[in-house]
Ligand binder design. Structure first.
Ligand SMILES: Cc1ncc(COP(=O)(O)O)c(C=O)c1O
Length: 337
C-alpha cells in the first residue's frame, strides 16, 4: 500500500463481515471475500431508502496496539437509526465483534503508526426481502467493511472556506436529521457537489424552519470557540456526533466551559475559532463562511493559521486515538486476536 497517498476513498480489502436477520434472529457472522451481495430487487432499502449506517476508525498506536475508538457509541447510534426505520439491528456485542473481526481479517490494511492514517470501518444495516408496500421490512442484512483511509493531517493546518446553505435544507424540523440514514445524505448531495465545484470544503446548514440558527455541516458537526467557551448547537436536526461529544469532554477537562445551545447565525462574526468535526476529518478549522444569497462573508480568525484551541483539541483527541496521550475516559477498545 502507498500509505502516503491515501484519501477518503474505497479500497477493496480481504473480507466483509455479514449477517442476515430473518424470522426474528441474526445468522452467525460470516466473512465474505466478495464485496457484492445478492438481494431481492424489490428490497425496501432500494425503493424506500430503508438503510442505516455508521462510521468509526481503528488506529495503529505508538505502542503497536490496535485501538478502536468508542465502538459502543456507534453501536448505540446504529440501533437508534435502525429503530427509527423499523428494521432490526445487531446488539452492541455483535456490532463490536463484527468490527473486531473485520479489522483482524484485514490487518495488513491497517496503516502503520508513522503515517498517522487509520482504518475506516463502515457498518450498515439494510432492509431486504421482496416487498412493494411501505411497511417495515422483516428481513435485514448487517454488513461491516473496512478500508485504509488518509490522515487528513493537512486539513488541521489548512483552514477552509465553507458555503452557507440558504437555498437548500438538509433535514426538516422534527424530521430525520439526527439519524444516520442514507436519505439525509441523498438530500444533501446536490448542494454538496455544487459547493465543491465552487471551491468550498463543505456546506453549513441552518435550521430549516427559519434559517436563523446554525445546525451542522453536511457530514460533520459545528463547534465554535469564544473566550473560554466551546459552543455547539443544540438542535433536534443534527447528528449526535461522537467526535463532538469527545471534544466537548476534552474541552471541559481543559477547564473550558461548554455551551450547548441554539446558535444564532449572526454570532458567527463573534467567534474566535470555528471547526467542523467528525470521525473522517476529526477537526477541519473553518476560517470563512460565505452567505451568497445575502452577499455576506463571515471571516473567522486568520485564513492561514489554525486557531490554538482547535489545534489543542485536535492533538489531544488524535493523541488518545494513537496511544500517545493517556486515555482517561477509556474511549479506546484494544483489539487483539
Ligand atoms: C451529518 C453528520 N454530522 C456529524 C457527523 C460526525 O459524527 P461522528 O463524529 O460520530 O463521526 C457525521 C459523520 O458521521 C455526519 O454525517
Amino acid at each position: 500500500m502507498n500509505w502516503e497517498k491515501l484519501t477518503f476513498s474505497y479500497t477493496k480489502t480481504n473480507t466483509i463481515i455479514c449477517s442476515h436477520y430473518k424470522d426474528g434472529e441474526w445468522s452467525p457472522l460470516e466473512s465474505r471475500c466478495d464485496d457484492s451481495i445478492s438481494i431481492s430487487a424489490l428490497s425496501a432499502s432500494l425503493h424506500y431508502g430503508i438503510q442505516a449506517f455508521e462510521g468509526l476508525k481503528a488506529y495503529r498506536g505508538k505502542d503497536g496496539k490496535i485501538r478502536l475508538f468508542r465502538p459502543f457509541e456507534n453501536a448505540k447510534r446504529l440501533r437508534r437509526s435502525a429503530d427509527y426505520l423499523g428494521i432490526a439491528s445487531p446488539n452492541q456485542e455483535m456490532f463490536v465483534e463484527a468490527c473486531k473481526r473485520v479489522i483482524l481479517e484485514n490487518i495488513e490494511y491497517l496503516p502503520p503508526y508513522e503515517y498517522r492514517a487509520s482504518m475506516y470501518i463502515r457498518p450498515l444495516v439494510i432492509g431486504v426481502g421482496a416487498q412493494i408496500d411501505l411497511v417495515c421490512p422483516q428481513e435485514a442484512l448487517f454488513i461491516v467493511a473496512a478500508m485504509p483511509i488518509g490522515s487528513f493531517a493537512g486539513s488541521i493546518n489548512r483552514p477552509a472556506k465553507v458555503l452557507l446553505a440558504q437555498d437548500h435544507d438538509r433535514a426538516a424540523p422534527l424530521g430525520s436529521g439526527s439519524y444516520k440514514i442514507g436519505g439525509n445524505y441523498a438530500a444533501a448531495i446536490y448542494a454538496g457537489v455544487k459547493a465543491k465545484k465552487e471551491g468550498y470544503s463543505s456546506v453549513l446548514y441552518l435550521d430549516s424552519a427559519k434559517h436563523e440558527y446554525i445546525d451542522e455541516f453536511s457530514s460533520s458537526n459545528f463547534f465554535a470557540i469564544r473566550g473560554d467557551s466551546y459552543i455547539t448547537p443544540d438542535s433536534e436536526s443534527v447528528l449526535p456526533s461522537i467526535t463532538n461529544s469527545s471534544l466537548m469532554q476534552l474541552a471541559k477537562d481543559s477547564g473550558m466551559s461548554i455551551e450547548r445551545r441554539r446558535v444564532k447565525l449572526d454570532e458567527l462574526e463573534t467567534f474566535e475559532e470555528v471547526g467542523a468535526c467528525g470521525t473522517a476529518i476529526v477537526i477541519l478549522p473553518v476560517s470563512r463562511v460565505d452567505d451568497k444569497m445575502n452577499k455576506k462573508s463571515y471571516i473567522i480568525g486568520d485564513p492561514d493559521i489554525t486557531g490554538e484551541r482547535c489545534l489543542y483539541l485536535y492533538k489531544r483527541l488524535t493523541g488518545i486515538q494513537f496511544g500517545e496521550v493517556r486515555d482517561f475516559h477509556n474511549w479506546c477498545l484494544i483489539v487483539e486476536k
